[in-house]
Write a protein that binds this ligand. Structure first.
Ligand code: SF4
Ligand code: FES
Length: 251
């Protein structure tokens, strides 16, 4: 395929209180081998050369690990492909002459900082409320192999732990629910013996913080699971609800 010429319609917003608007840009000579973020870099180089303000967007690892590259592309979190982040999306997914709509995550709990960058510190505060285990690091730590863990439980815990906190689940959900994210974080520990000591407090505190941050409720549409780049399963939400019920029964 020869290189592509594209029209980009990008959300520009100067800060949280700015109303914001879509602005049209043209980019030319985009290689199909470029990643989506490299295409954005080309646009920003053009804007800087013209003395214009480059488009602010979050990115860090550019290999699907850090969860920073939050973008809605043509109405889908992380773009049209499945099980990848925006930084793993390639321009070969698009065609010469395409118009591409690029917007930030939209959720009350994720206010826009500038353009495509949103504030996802609500996720950090949920993690701080309970997304950890207390471990004795005194030098007398137990040998890890002294605590046998069933393979199935280890596998499920590892699957839950692959959540990168990108927020696509929230951005995709019509209720802006964070339950897939919190379900993954609760499950990661609930499935392992190390997580049992603080299990009841953890789930109560994390769910309470989630509600305080203004995320909506889950109405089981399943959209979050479809758009999650890490394939986090809805089963984690069910497990979180069971853990919460258990903690309430235990008082
Ligand atoms: S559950 Fe999936 S979509 Fe949600 S934050 Fe984690 S990785 Fe991102
Ligand atoms: S830049 Fe890190 S996941 Fe995309």
């Amino acid at each position: 395929m020869s290189n592509m010429n594209l029209t980009l319609k990008i959300w520009r917003q100067n800060g949280p209180d700015d109303k914001g608007k879509m602005v049209e840009y043209k980019v030319s000579d985009i290689s199909e081998h470029m990643s989506f973020l490299e295409m954005m870099d080309v646009l920003n180089e053009q804007l800087i050369a013209k003395g214009e303000d480059p488009v602010a967007f979050d990115h860090d690892c550019r290999e699907g690990i850090c969860g920073m590259c939050s973008m809605f592309i043509n109405g889908e979190a992380h773009g049209p492909d499945r099980a990848i982040t925006t930084c793993q999306l390639h321009m070969r997914t698009f065609n010469d002459g395409d118009t591409i709509y690029i917007e930030p995550w939209r959720a009350k709990a994720f206010p826009v900082i500038k353009d495509l960058m949103v504030d996802r510190s609500a996720f950090d505060r949920i993690q701080h409320a309970g997304g950890y285990i207390s471990v004795n690091t005194s030098g007398n730590t137990q040998d890890a192999n002294a605590l046998p863990i069933a393979k199935a439980a280890a596998d499920e815990a590892m699957d839950a732990a692959t959540c990168i906190g990108c927020g696509a689940c929230v951005a995709t959900c019509k209720n802006s629910s964070a339950m897939l994210f919190v379900g993954a974080k609760v499950s990661q520990y609930a499935l392992l013996p190390q997580g049992q000591v603080e299990a009841a407090e953890r789930v109560k505190n994390m769910v309470e913080q989630m509600d305080l941050e203004g995320f909506g409720n889950c109405t089981n549409t399943g959209a979050c699971e479809v758009e999650c780049p890490k394939g986090i399963s809805l089963e984690n939400i069910a497990r979180m609800n069971r853990e919460l019920f258990k903690s309430m029964v235990a008082g």
